[in-house]
Design a protein around this ligand. Structure first.
Ligand code: FAD
Length: 456
């Protein structure tokens, strides 16, 4: 922007912000570096000016008003577990951290609603709700480290989404600070509310580009009765596992979790933290059923798997199988595998994309390991590649992404666009849709203060 201040001007005027924020403004290089990255492979360029460790909405408002007035770019950060580069710092920018706004303000069992600050860790809200016989349905594999604000900004998915929907389905109302520091409330505590445009849904998934979430009212559900039952089914090939998932999701059974790990992933996860799972020839499905009929339902799902070619099935009342799936990301990272995608396809096309991935892997002569929120048709393929070979790995994943689109799918199911997938936007969105997104951004953040150049 032409009227942006130079970095030197902004540095000098940090004193104004310090007078408002005191020790919530960090300028030490080590502090700045600790907040500069998310968990993607995108590296921030240059160095940010400072970090604001916000403690309340007024801090967020003051920081944004200061930055907006001076043309300083702001990156917004929860826990930094994002995989799209969305929270990475800008050179000469301000990092706005919501991690210290981590209070669960209220859990109301009658309304089945929780009111929380954005820095609350997702699993901690779930655990607190369970003390009142309720639970928070969205369950990203990173639930023990990511924040509710980050989940809302990315519309996070997770393991239980096949039964309960994604984060958007759990958000009733928000408090949001806009780029110029003004505070807006969206939604309400009611079950039904059709007043005006649905601004709550607009903010969910906006990846820190339209506003900063400073409070969220979230929908909880009652904990199902009975003991949960886990199941596992092994397949000699990925396509059969895909057909089994299509049959389960399209059938009468409602698993709460339905995940897939291919042979390469199981081998990597078992090497990282052994749990006794036998490495299959093709893939395993793992999942969980809940409610009074959980065991019978899991047995019926195992039968569907057998009918679709499972060579072995197992039922269990322990969480070990699900835990293994939760470890996939750290296990892949520990193995040095960092280049992955997050495509989605309609569940009925799973066998086709698995067939295509096997072909693509053969054509590029590279090992691809795939884990999937299979019941949602959401796949994470990771490519084995040396550091100097990322272009070739990216080319392989581009082929997977284009295949997903050709099957009626999406370029990202849950991680978001951030900075790492922006080049893929035009593969999915038409020009009119892209122009509409830009118009919304300009209406809410005309000076390009909040997370500019990302997500849209
Ligand atoms: C091991 C591992 C497993 C994962 N599993 C899953 C999974 O199963 N499902 C899934 O969806 N994702 C998963 N992820 C990705 C990541 O955990 C999610 O995207 C999560 O929602 C990010 O939350 P965060 O608090 O870390 O946000 P950050 O990484 O800090 O930020 C993510 C985005 O949200 C924005 N943001 C953060 N807080 C706010 C706020 N208060 N207001 C406005 N914008 C904000 C940031 O600017 C950025 O664009 C996984 C990541 C890892 C490392």
């Amino acid at each position: 922007m032409d009227d942006r201040h130079t970095p030197e001007d902004a540095q000098a005027s940090l004193q104004t912000l310090r007078e408002q924020l005191g020790d919530r403004l960090l300028t030490d290089a080590r502090d700045i570096s600790a907040y500069a990255h998310d968990s993607s492979r995108d590296e921030p360029r240059g160095a940010a000016l400072a970090v604001v460790e916000a403690r309340d909405t007024a801090d967020v408002s003051a920081a944004l008003a200061w930055a907006n007035e001076r043309g300083v770019r702001v990156s917004v950060r929860g826990a930094g577990t994002g995989l799209a580069g969305g929270a990475n710092a800008y050179d000469g920018g301000l990092i706005l951290s919501l991690a210290r706004m981590n209070r669960i303000i209220d859990i109301n069992a009658d309304d089945r609603l929780a009111v929380v600050q954005p820095g609350v860790i997702t699993a901690e809200l779930d655990a607190e709700a369970r003390l009142q016989g309720l639970f928070y349905p969205p369950d990203p594999a990173s639930a023990r480290s990511c924040t509710i604000g980050g989940n809302i900004a990315t519309n996070a998915g997770g393991l239980r989404c096949v039964a309960h929907g994604v984060t958007r389905d759990a958000v009733a109302a928000l408090e949001v600070v806009l780029a110029d520091g003004r505070v807006m409330r969206t939604g309400s505590r009611t079950r039904k509310d059709v007043v005006g445009y649905d601004l709550t849904s607009l903010i969910v998934g906006s990846e820190g580009t339209l506003g900063v979430v400073t409070e969220a009212t979230l929908r909880l559900k009652p904990v199902p009765e009975g003991t949960a039952c886990s199941f596992r089914a092994s397949f000699d090939d990925l396509e059969s596992a895909g057909r089994a998932v299509t049959a389960i999701v399209g059938g009468l059974h409602s698993p709460e979790i339905l995940e897939l790990m291919d042979a390469a992933s199981v081998e990597i996860i078992e090497a990282y933290r052994p749990s006794g799972i036998t490495v299959p020839k093709g893939a395993i499905l793992v999942g969980q059923t809940v409610g009074p009929a959980a065991a019978a339902e899991a047995a019926a799902i195992a039968e569907v798997c057998t009918a679709h070619g499972a060579t072995e099935t197992e039922l269990s009342d322990s969480d070990a199988l699900i835990e293994a799936r939760r470890l996939s990301n750290p296990a892949l990272t520990a193995r040095g595998l960092k280049i992955s995608c997050d495509v989605g396809v309609p569940v009925a096309r799973l066998a086709e994309i698995f067939h295509g991935i096997t072909e693509i892997s053969r054509r590029h002569d590279r090992l691809v390991s795939t884990v999937a929120h299979a019941g949602d048709g959401n796949l994470h393929c990771t490519v084995d590649c040396a550091d100097d070979d990322e272009i070739a790995a990216d080319a392989l994943l581009d082929d997977v992404t284009k295949l997903a689109l050709s099957l009626g799918g999406t370029i990202t199911g849950e991680h978001g666009i951030g900075s790492v997938k922006r080049h893929e936007l035009s593969w999915q969105l038409d020009e009119v849709a892209r122009a509409t997104q830009v118009a919304i951004k300009l209406a809410l953040d005309p000076r390009g203060t909040l997370t500019p150049g990302r997500a849209i």
